[in-house]
Design a protein around this ligand. Sequence first.
Ligand code: MUC
Ligand code: MG
Length: 372
Amino acid sequence: MSATIQSIEAILVDIPTIRPHKLSMTTMGVQTMVIVRVTDSDGIEGLGEATTIGGLAYGPESPESVKLTIDHYVAPLLINQPADNINTLKVRLGRVIRGNTLAKSAIETALLDLQGKRLQRPVAELLGGAVHTHMPVLWTLASGDTGKDIDEAMNLIEARRHCDFKLKIGSRPLMDDVRHVAAIKEAVGDSASVRVDVNQAWDEATAAKGMAELQAAGIDLVEQPTPMKHFDSLVRLSDKFHLPILADEAVADATDGFNLAAAGFGGAYALKIAKSGGPARVLELAAVASAAGIGLYGGTMLEGTIGTAASLHAWSTLETLHWGTEMFGPLLMKDDIVVTPLTYRDNGVELPDGPGLGIAIDEDKLEHYRRK
Ligand code: MUC
Ligand code: MG
C-alpha cells in the first residue's frame, strides 16, 4: 500500500526586502511567500512555495488567493490520495481547477520534494538528472536611484557575487530611463552584461524608440517591453532590432510559447515555475522553446529559498541556459526561514544536494515571520 497524503498546510510568510525594489508597476518593501507543507501517512513532509510580486500588481493570483485556493480547493482533492503518483494528482487537480499556476506550482514542488525524500533522491533526478550543479545568477538593480544602483553593482562585481545586471525600467519618461541605463552600463563596463525589464510598460512606438536607444547604449536584452497579450508587437519588434527580446509575462506555459514562436517571434523566453505551474511543468515550455530555436532564461518571481531551489532543480536539467538565471530572490530578503541557505559564489549559485529539494525549514524563523 503506497503512502497517502494526510495534510496540506499553506502558510503566509512576510519578509522585508533589503531595500525598496522598484518595478514599473509597484515598489516592493516586503516579499510574501506562501509556504506549503504536504505530509503523507509515513510522516514524510514535502515543501513548496509560491510568490508573486506586489500583491496583484504582477498577475491575477495574490499570496492570499493562493492560500485560499490551496486550503479550500486543492487540499480536499488531494487528501487521502496516494502520494507517489504526481502525474495522477496533477490530472486530478487540472480537471477541476483552471489557471492558478502559482498554487499549482507550490503543490507540484511539494509533491516532488515529498517523492524525492521518499526515494532519497534529489528533485533534479526525478526530472531526468542535473546537467549542471552551478548556475550563473544576475542581480536586479532597482533602488530607483542611478548612483545607488552603480554603487550596488560595483560592490557585487568586486565580491564576485554577480557579474551581470538587470535594470527595472518603464515607470519614468523614456529618455530618463535611457539616461539611467546608459550611466549604469558605462560604469560597469563591457565585461558586465546589462539587460532591462520593462514589465509591459511601453506601447509599441515607445518600445521601438526605446530599443533603438538601448541598442546604441550597449544593452544586451530587453525584457517584456510591451503588454503581454500583444504578441504582434513582440514579433514586429523582434524583427526590427538585433537587440534581442526576452518574453516574460507573454509566455506562461508551453502553449503560449508555441503560439508566440509560431507567430514569428525570435528571442528568448523567461521560464518561471510560478507561471507554468511547477518545476516539471515549466520544462514543457523549455522543450517548446528549444524546438523553435528560442533561447532560455531561468526566471524568478522573487521566490525565497524553497521556490528558488525548486527552480534550480528544473534549470539544472537543461543543457543550455542561453541567458543564465536570475535566481537571487533569497538575497533580496532580509532574512530566511530555512536551516541552510543556498550557496552563492563565483557569480552564481550551487544546486542544493540531499534528497528532495535539499532544503529544511527553520521552525523558529518560520514562527517569527508567519502572518499572525
Ligand atoms: C520579472 O518580471 O522579471 C525578476 C527579477 C526582478 O527583479 O523582478 C522579477 C520579475
Ligand atoms: Mg520580467
